[in-house]
Design a protein around this ligand. Structure first.
Ligand SMILES: [Zn+2]
Length: 349
């Protein structure tokens, strides 16, 4: 990850990611007192709720996503957010799901939404057809360079081409942002995703660190930008004719843009899929990280950024030179994509 603009963006992003993890990601906010305007009688505990509607649920504290499902339906909610999905359609709640006194609470209104025919008739809107792969750096921008001269831009290109093959084998349409050793601005990379209406955008990179010991694959997904969403939240509330007065400033602060939220949720899911496939294939990998990289934020599609390993680490550098290893990385990513696709195909049945 070495280039003028990128370096600044990445440092900012990592700082942001750190703050995000410190303030939001690590500890799910548990209210001691309900935010102003919300009453406990408007809520059911998630156990009671799921029992009443015959649903199963899971809650992931790393991304604050609540998943609810029955045999024929699947839904996702974001903790503290008014946006939700059920069977592929987006809806707005008047009251957000909350973590209160150590219990996860869902608003009773959600029951009506789930039972409404309108929601039931919607098909999941997410199918993966076109995938844009973005080999990082290129041309005058080599990215990271290993001690032995391996350039990140070349490695990114190779793995991206293998990934293209792997995905095409599995029936996806794949477009590369660059197939030659050319320099591309971040805007034009994102422009390719827009042009082809990409369903997924995957940026391929290799890492470098001053400490040669640092190693491992990293997968970044879009940060939900909750920390700085006060203004945006208020604007959205107006546009979508919410009545923010009823909500606390905390709840308002976390209203998210529709596209960003949908992409955020899918990016998080994709990152988790990849995490598991990499892990299953024996790679050293950290749980998904969140960042506001330009390409993740503006690709207008669920996006992830994969750091395939550290060129500054001698073992990984050696492995990354090998075609077999490069192909294994490509395969892991492809399997992660397939697994995400299957999850949505399942909801369609
Ligand atoms: Zn890079």
């Amino acid at each position: 990850m070495r280039s003028e603009k990128w370096e600044v963006k990445i440092i900012c992003s990592l700082l942001f990611a750190f703050c995000f993890l410190l303030f939001a990601g690590c500890a799910t906010v548990s209210y001691k007192k309900l935010p102003t305007g919300l009453r406990q009688s408007d809520y059911l505990s998630i156990d009671e709720f799921c029992k009443q509607y015959g649903l199963r649920y899971s809650f992931d504290t790393t991304d604050d996503i609540i998943r609810i499902s029955s045999q024929s339906a699947q839904g996702r909610l974001l903790l503290n957010s008014l946006l939700g999905y059920f069977n592929g359609s987006i809806f707005y709640l008047k009251k957000p799901p909350l973590y209160f006194q150590g219990r996860l609470l869902l608003p009773k209104e959600l029951g009506k939404i789930i039972l409404s025919k309108k929601i039931g008739l919607f098909k999941p809107s997410f199918t993966i057809k076109t995938i844009v792969i973005d080999p990082g750096h290129g041309g005058k921008d080599p990215g990271a360079i290993s001690r032995y001269g391996l350039k990140e831009k070349d490695l990114n290109s190779k793995v991206s081409k293998y990934l293209k093959e792997e995905l095409e084998k599995r029936g996806f349409k794949v477009v590369l942002t660059r197939s030659q050793d050319t320099y591309l601005s971040l805007e034009s990379r994102v422009g390719v995703a827009k042009k082809y209406s990409a369903d997924l955008f995957i940026s391929i990179h290799a890492n470098s660190n001053r400490s040669r010991k640092v190693r491992g694959v990293e997968v970044y997904c879009l940060s939900s930008s909750r920390v700085n969403s006060h203004e945006r939240g208020a604007g959205l509330a107006k546009r979508e004719s919410f009545r923010p007065k009823k909500l606390s400033s905390d709840a308002r602060a976390i209203l998210l843009d529709v596209t960003l939220t949908k992409n955020y949720a899918l990016s998080v899911e994709l990152a988790h899929s990849l995490y598991f496939t990499f892990k299953n294939l024996g790679f050293r990998i950290k749980p998904p990280l969140k960042a506001s990289f330009y390409v993740l934020k503006f690709a207008h599609s669920p996006s992830i950024l994969v750091e395939m390993g550290y060129l500054s680490n001698q073992y990984e550098e050696k492995a990354l030179r090998k075609t077999r290893y490069q192909k294994q990385i490509a395969e892991s990513i492809a399997l992660g994509v397939v697994s995400l696709g299957k999850r949505y195909a399942g909801a369609n049945q």
